[in-house]
Write a protein that binds this ligand. Structure first.
Ligand SMILES: [Zn+2]
Length: 355
């Protein structure tokens, strides 16, 4: 008998369990508070997903897919002795959530036909529509994971992060999400939004700016992406096949894992022209609402257009710069605005530009 954890596939909580290896099945006796139960796992429906010295994870059935995790080296050895030749011991089956995209591509060529078929059925746009209705807590939790994963590849500039946060704190913002901004050291003139309110700003884009209204405009633009769920929608759209497969195979909890595994997709997300112009508008509105010169948005665009044509990640993933400038100028002409000096923002800006 072995001790391990049992997962019933409906909740993510592991329950203490005793596992007994019988002749042609595995018996799992689990206990959860007052409740307890026995599961009989026939060998033919068992799959193994982790099989290393420290941990063995077996999965059973389709939906809800149960699993057990045993942290005893003996367990693996005993399995191999007792069930030598059993199919599940040699199976390469594994959960999409754990293998991520690469494993899926290698193992899933057969599913390609299915995916192609689904493409024409409009799965990406369905997924995108669904994304617009993700609960905020879900989006935030997803964003937190993505953000944590992405930050591992970056060096955070804490002084500049603090200054930009101070700047942000001085702004009146309307958003469903609490905006969490981080400045990272990166030569690429870029900034982007992550689902759930996370905004990442490269220090190189800050270096290009010459007035604080440009920063206000940039933040307003990215907050616009956050508020309108652009990154969540685009991510969901580009990963919709993997998500669908996760659902088909009963691995609902795998969806978040798949997205997190593919955090790098965020760098290459392309928003639609409409998404960009809507966010430009949001940037403009943020400036106006805060009694700042809305031309900050135009200055930002022009500066980036002239200053770093080869590294215009911000511009190139944000296409049609001159059109956008023209659209912004047309909007500004129609607004009545009266910029008011804002000492709090200027102080934060001075800190940002101090070194
Ligand atoms: Zn954008």
């Amino acid at each position: 008998m072995f001790e391990g954890k049992f997962y019933n596939g409906r909740t993510s909580k592991g329950m203490p369990a005793f596992i007994t290896l019988e002749h042609n099945y595995i018996r799992v006796n689990w206990q959860a508070g007052e409740e307890s139960g026995t599961e009989i796992w026939y060998l033919t429906d068992i799959h193994k997903t982790e099989f290393n010295d420290a941990t063995t994870v077996l999965e059973y059935g389709d939906f809800p897919r149960q699993s057990i995790a045993v942290h005893e080296q003996d367990f693996k050895d005993t399995l191999q002795q007792k069930y030598s030749g059993a199919k599940f011991l040699s199976s390469t089956y594994s959960s999409f959530a754990r293998t991520g995209v690469k494993g899926l591509l290698i193992g899933g060529l057969l599913l390609l036909g299915l995916a192609v078929g689904l493409f024409f059925w409009g799965i990406p746009s369905l997924a995108e529509k669904a994304a617009a209705h993700f609960p905020e807590e879900y989006e935030r939790a997803l964003g937190e994971k993505l953000h944590a994963q992405m930050m591992q590849g970056y060096t955070i500039d804490s002084a500049k992060t603090e200054a930009v946060r101070q700047y942000l704190a001085g702004l009146t913002i309307e958003s469903d999400f609490q905006i969490h901004v981080t400045v990272v050291k990166d030569d690429q003139v870029n900034a982007f939004a992550i689902p759930g309110g996370f905004v990442v700003v490269h220090d190189a884009i800050l270096d290009e700016m010459e007035s604080h209204e440009e920063l206000g405009g940039l933040l307003g633009h990215e907050i616009g992406h956050v508020q309108m769920r652009h990154s969540t929608k685009a991510l969901t759209r580009s990963l919709s096949y993997y998500m669908l497969l996760s659902v088909l195979f009963g691995d609902v909890s795998g969806i978040a894992a798949v997205i997190v595994d593919n955090a790098s997709a965020l760098y290459n997300l392309e928003y639609s022209r409409t998404a960009e112009s809507d966010s430009d508008k949001a940037g403009l509105e943020l400036l106006v609402q805060n009694n700042l010169d809305p031309n900050g948005m135009v200055w930002l665009m022009e500066r980036l257009n002239v200053a770093a044509p080869e590294f215009l990640k911000f511009i190139s993933t944000h296409p049609n710069t001159s059109d956008r400038i023209a659209a912004l100028e047309a909007q500004i002409e129609k607004i009545n605005y009266k910029p008011v000096p804002n000492p709090q923002l200027e102080e934060a800006w001075a800190k940002l530009k101090a070194d």
